[in-house]
Write a protein that binds this ligand. Structure first.
Ligand code: C2E
Ligand code: CA
Ligand code: CA
Length: 510
C-alpha cells in the first residue's frame, strides 16, 4: 500500500484543478470586459482580444480535462489499491486472489501443470479477536502474514480472503516437493505461538486443498470447494488438513436442505423435547432432567441436533427454536417430579442476543415455573464472546434464582481466570473426558482437577456421557457428585419420566 493515493488529498490533482479554474475565471473576466467596453479592450483591436480569448479558452479546457483525467486515474488506482491489496497485510485482497486463481487456472489448461489452491483458516478467529481485542487481533494477522511470506518463496501468490483466512497458490513443480509435506510444514510453522504486546498467542489452523484443473477452473467454485475441504478438516479435530473430494459437495447440499427446511419444520411443529435424567450419587436419586431438542421430519425421520443446531445458529433460526425449547421445558416441568429441576441448553448465539434476559423473564412469567427449578446450560464459548456482558447476564440470572451450569467444560477455552468473575452453580464435565476415563490416565487427572477447581470455587460438578459402572467408580473416586448418561437413562419423551400414578392422557406432548 506504499503508493496509495487518495484523489481528494493529492497535490497534483489540486494544483491542476486550481490552475484550470483560475484560468477559467480569468477568461470570464476578459469576456466580461469585452462585453462592457465593446470591440476595444484596453486599447487593443477586437481580433487580438478574440484570439487571446480563444487561446485561453483552449488552454483552460485542456487543463480542466487534464485535471479531470488525473483525478480519474488516481481514483482508479485508489480503488484498485483499496480492493486489490489487503490493507492489514499487504497480501492480495479477496478479489485480487480470485483473479490470481483465474490466471493460474488458465495457465494450467495451457501447460497441463497442476496447481493447488490451499485455504488456510485460523480456528475460531472471531472469538480469539474478541478476547484479545481488535488491535492485538490485527497484530496477530500481520505477524501471521509475515510468517507466511517468510516460509514461502516470493513467487508464490498469496492473499487474505477472510478475517482469519488465507489462500495460497502452489504450482506442482519438483522444487516445491509433495503438497502434503509442504502443507504439514506450513501448518507446523504457522501454528507456533505469536508474540503479541501483552502475551504469547497460540492458534490452531484448519487447511483445505483443491487441485486445478482436477477440481475445476472456476475461481469462485474452487474457493467454495477448498472451503468445504477446510470445514471437513476442522470437523476432524485440531490442526487438520483435507483434500477436497466430491462427497463433501453432498454434505454441503444436505446443509443447504436443512437450512431451507428448518423454517417450515418449526411452523409445522416437527420439534419435540426428550429428557435425560441426572443422578445424584450421594443421595442415590434423580435430581434433574436435561431437555434435548428432537426434530422428527415427516419424510426423513429423526435429524440429530448436532446436525441442525449449528445451522439454526448460523441462520438465526435458533432464536425462535431456542425460545420454544425454553417455553416447552418450563411448562413440562409441571409433569416432572416436583423435587427435580429441568436443565435447558442455551446456544451461544441465543445467550448473546439483546433481549435474552427479557425472553427468559417472559417465559418464567407465562409458564409460572419456580425459577429455582430451572437450570440453564451455557457453554464456555458463549461466556467468552463478551465477558462483561456475559458476567452481567449471569448475575441477573442468579438474581432471578435461576442456576447456570457451564456445559462441555474442558473443551473450550478453559480459561480459568474468567471463572472467578462469573456466577454459576455447576461445571459440567464434557463427555469426551468421561469416555476416555478408563483408558487414558490424563482424562482422570483432568476430571480430578475440574472437581478440585469446582470445590475451590464453591460450585458443584456433573459428569455427562456416563455409560459404564467403571466410569461411575472413577468419577465417584474423583469426587464428582452428579452423573448423567446412558447408564442412568437415555433421553426419552416425557411420558416415560412421569411417576406411574399420574394418568397417561394428561401427558400431552405438544
Ligand atoms: P450436549 O448438551 O453435550 O448434550 C449431551 C449429548 O450427549 C446429547 O446428545 C445426549 O443425547 C448425549 N448423551 C447423553 N448420554 C450419553 C451417553 O451416555 N453416551 C453418549 N455417547 N452420548 C450421550 P444430543 O441429544 O444428540 O444433543 C447433542 C447436542 O446438541 C447437545 O450436546 C447440545 O449441544 C445440542 N442440543 C441439544 N438440544 C439442544 C437445545 O434444545 N438447544 C440447544 N441450543 N442445543 C441443543
Ligand atoms: Ca448440555
Ligand atoms: Ca457435551
Amino acid at each position: 500500500m506504499d503508493n496509495k493515493t487518495n484523489p481528494t488529498r493529492s497535490t497534483t490533482f489540486r494544483l491542476i484543478t486550481i490552475a484550470a479554474s483560475g484560468l477559467g475565471s480569468f477568461m470570464l473576466g476578459l469576456w466580461g470586459l469585452k462585453l462592457g467596453y465593446g470591440s476595444h479592450v484596453a486599447g487593443l483591436p477586437s481580433e487580438v482580444v478574440g484570439g487571446a480569448l480563444a487561446a485561453l479558452c483552449a488552454l483552460a479546457a485542456s487543463l480542466a480535462a487534464m485535471s479531470f483525467f488525473a483525478g480519474v486515474d488516481e481514483s482508479v488506482s485508489y480503488v484498485y489499491q483499496e480492493t486489490q491489496v489487503d490493507k492489514l497485510t499487504g497480501l492480495h485482497a479477496r478479489t485480487a486472489m480470485i483473479g490470481k486463481i483465474a490466471e493460474a487456472a488458465s495457465a494450467t489448461i495451457r501447460n497441463g501443470e497442476p496447481v493447488f489452491l490451499i485455504d488456510i483458516d485460523i480456528d475460531r478467529f472471531k472469538q480469539v479477536n474478541d478476547s484479545i481485542g481488535y488491535s492485538q487481533g490485527d497484530q496477530l494477522i500481520r505477524a501471521f502474514a509475515r510468517r507466511l511470506r517468510e516460509i514461502l518463496p516470493d513467487t508464490v501468490e498469496m492473499g487474505r480472503i477472510g478475517a482469519g483466512e488465507f489462500a495460497v497458490l502452489i504450482h506442482d513443480t519438483p522444487d516445491m516437493g509433495p503438497v502434503d509435506t509442504l502443507v504439514e510444514y506450513l501448518m507446523e510453522k504457522l501454528m507456533q505461538p505469536y508474540q503479541l504486546p501483552s502475551h504469547l498467542q497460540s492458534i490452531n489452523l484448519s487447511v483445505g486443498i483443491v487441485a486445478m484443473p482436477k477440481d475445476g477452473i472456476d475461481p469462485v467454485v474452487l474457493l467454495r470447494k477448498s472451503n468445504l475441504a477446510l470445514q471437513h478438516a476442522r470437523a476432524g479435530g485440531i490442526g487438520n488438513w483435507s483434500v477436497f473430494h466430491a462427497e463433501m459437495g453432498k454434505v454441503a447440499e444436505y446443509r443447504q436442505w436443512i437450512e431451507s427446511e428448518l423454517h417450515l419444520a418449526f411452523k409445522r411443529g416437527d420439534f419435540d423435547l426428550h429428557y435425560q435424567p441426572q443422578f445424584d450419587l450421594p443421595s442415590g436419586r434423580i435430581v434433574g432432567y436435561e431437555a434435548l431438542v428432537r426434530w422428527k421430519h415427516p419424510e426423513r425421520g429423526m435429524i440429530p441436533p448436532t446436525e441442525f443446531v449449528p445451522i439454526a445458529e448460523e441462520t438465526g433460526m435458533i432464536g425462535p427454536i431456542g425460545e420454544w425449547v425454553l417455553h416447552k421445558a418450563c411448562s413440562d416441568a409441571r409433569l416432572l417430579p416436583q423435587d427435580c429441576f429441568v436443565a435447558v441448553n442455551i446456544s451461544p448465539v441465543q445467550f448473546m442476543t439483546k433481549d435474552f434476559l427479557a425472553m427468559v423473564r417472559n417465559v418464567i412469567d407465562v409458564t409460572g415455573i419456580d425459577p429455582k427449578r430451572l437450570e440453564l446450560e451455557v457453554t464456555e464459548t458463549a461466556m467468552m464472546q463478551d465477558r462483561g456482558r456475559a458476567a452481567h447476564i449471569l448475575d441477573e440470572l442468579a438474581r432471578m434464582g435461576i442456576s447456570v451450569a457451564v456445559d462441555d467444560f474442558g473443551t473450550g477455552y478453559s480459561n480459568l481466570s474468567y471463572l472467578i468473575d462469573f456466577s454459576f452453580k455447576k461445571l459440567k464435565i464434557d463427555q469426551s473426558f468421561v469416555q476416555r476415563l478408563e483408558t487414558d490416565a490424563n482424562s482422570g487427572a483432568v476430571v480430578s482437577t475440574i472437581v478440585g477447581l469446582s470445590r475451590a470455587l464453591g460450585v458443584h460438578t456433573i459428569a455427562e456421557g456416563v455409560e459404564t459402572e467403571n466410569q461411575v467408580t472413577l468419577l465417584r473416586a474423583a469426587g464428582c457428585e452428579v452423573v448423567q448418561g446412558y447408564l442412568y437413562g437415555r433421553p426419552g419423551p416425557i411420558g416415560s419420566k412421569v411417576p406411574r400414578s399420574k394418568p397417561l392422557q394428561k401427558i400431552a406432548m405438544h
